[in-house]
Design a protein around this ligand. Structure first.
Ligand code: ADP
Ligand code: MG
Length: 237
């Protein structure tokens, strides 16, 4: 089932209309999405080759990059209607992001990394500590890990901590960028099962991008960058 069918805008978690983006030094647009909607609670797999604009799309959705043309609505909120400070607050309260490189602060502990994300949404440290315990348990991470420095963790552990950090504020939208590239196939399937369970329990809208098409069976909705992106980007395979 495609996620791009025309749904009423007010029921959409994510709605893009005529979004065009070019990086400051590039002449031609990297991304041009004419019309795309994701319904609330959907789990969408966006696949596409390296260089097809997946990470650019996620940064636009999170309001980290701003489109040159067009607009993005998240849960009915126009991103264009927010100033930079309001966008940061909106992101902290509504969006969890897991970046390709996880972006944990290496010299902070697991707990401190998660507290930092919660701080921006105004969640108190005591609430964070309790939620942290249940999130880490849900992600099969031992509670002793809470006080370990992030840079002493294995790649698989860092990835789970990045997921816990993205979920700590109970985001309505979870955006995940190629999280399984460092995992072997067994770890990958365990990770995907856990992720889907967490997203289902919290009724989270999930947008997950990857070039790895073996992950398709985990999703009910899928779309490819070649369908979505009308810009003539040059792919590097
Ligand atoms: P993907 O995540 O699918 O691999 P990206 O969104 O990272 O693709 O990149 C899409 C295109 O934009 C590529 O051609 C890439 O070289 C280009 N690009 C990415 N980041 C920048 C940047 N900061 N400045 C200029 N071009 C960029
Ligand atoms: Mg990328």
């Amino acid at each position: 089932m495609s996620s791009s069918v025309n749904k009423p805008l007010n029921k959409s978690a994510v709605a893009l209309s005529h979004v065009v983006y070019r990086y400051p030094k590039s002449k031609a647009p990297i991304l041009h999405i004419e019309n795309w909607q994701v319904g609330s609670g959907e789990h969408v797999f966006v696949h596409g080759r390296s260089g097809s604009g997946k990470s650019t799309l996620l940064n636009l959705l999170a309001g980290i990059l701003t489109a040159n043309e067009g607009n993005i609505h998240l849960f009915g909120q126009s991103l264009l209607a927010l100033n930079a400070r309001q966008r940061d607050a909106f992101r902290a309260n509504n969006i969890g992001m897991v970046f390709q490189q996880f972006n944990l602060v290496p010299y902070l502990s697991v707990l401190e990394n998660i507290q930092l994300a919660a701080h921006f949404a105004g969640t108190t440290n005591e609430v964070v500590r309790q939620r942290c315990h249940s999130l880490l348990a849900g992600l099969s991470l031992e509670p002793q890990l809470m006080n370990r420095r992030a840079d002493t963790l294995s790649v698989g552990q860092q990835q789970r901590v990045a997921i816990a950090r993205a979920l700590i504020n109970n985001p309505r939208l979870l955006i995940i960028d190629e999280p399984t590239s460092a995992l072997d196939s067994e770890a990958k399937s365990g990770f995907m099962t856990m992720l889907m369970q967490l997203a289902n329990e919290n009724e989270t809208t999930l947008i997950f991008v990857s070039h790895d098409e073996t992950l398709l069976p985990f999703f009910s909705h899928k779309i490819s960058m070649s369908e979505l992106n009308l810009a003539g980007v040059s792919y590097v395979d």
